[in-house]
Write a protein that binds this ligand. Sequence first.
Ligand SMILES: [Zn+2]
Length: 276
Amino acid sequence: MRVHHLNCGTMCPVAARWLLAHPEDPQPHLVCHCLLVETSVGLVLVDTGFGTRDRDPATSTLARDFCAMSGPRLSPEETALAQIRARGFRAEDVRHIILTHLDPDHAGGLVDFPGAKIHVLRAEHDAANNPRSFGERRRYRKQQWEFGADFRLYEAQGEAWKGFDAVRSLDGLPPEFLMVPLRGHTRGHAGVAIDCGHGWLLHAGDAYFYHGEMEQPPQCTSGLSLFQRVMAVDNAQRVLNQSRLRELIKSSGDDVRVFSAHDSCELAKQRALSQP
Ligand SMILES: [Zn+2]
């Protein structure tokens, strides 16, 4: 199983220097860290970032306030589709997409892979299609999956995995892929764990935004802390999950490599570690 770490969307938010605390990065920005996994059942994507439709003003469904706040660069070569083709694969080779959640910076590329099965927690699908609050109505873009997306929905429960509940037996996927419910940022937010044979990867989605939040004691700018609190549907659960992730990192050592969706330093580190 070969894992590629892709950036499927670069965002330069307003007040980036206030929000982002990467002293290593002279131009603070957010990435959309997605995984492309070569498996015996075809290609598997974990999150999609922005898609080709998002990058064309004529077809984009991204909300104006989302673009104003997050400053997506939307360059065509950053789509998952373009990067998959650059590696010699076709869109049809992507058989499965596992989503951490359905926010537009994670689900925008679904439309580029109409034949793929899309795995997501049922609670997230409900939140996006039957929003209960003003916040839920505003954050999701249903147009990103209204082409007849082939969803496979799961309850947020299952077997134990390293102190977390995990959903195993994802329809058609090898047993190395697990969904790890991490409710908080959204109603049905989940991490995705992959057993690589020599250790685990855990894509934690938007459970946290900055690698310093996984340190002891946790570090984050006040701006980014505030942003995450405001965006969370269940902030107490989000904070609790962050502390559970810190525990996991402490107890598992090199056996589990945890990273989030938007931290550019984590993306660079995981790319370096995955070099053959
Ligand atoms: Zn996100």
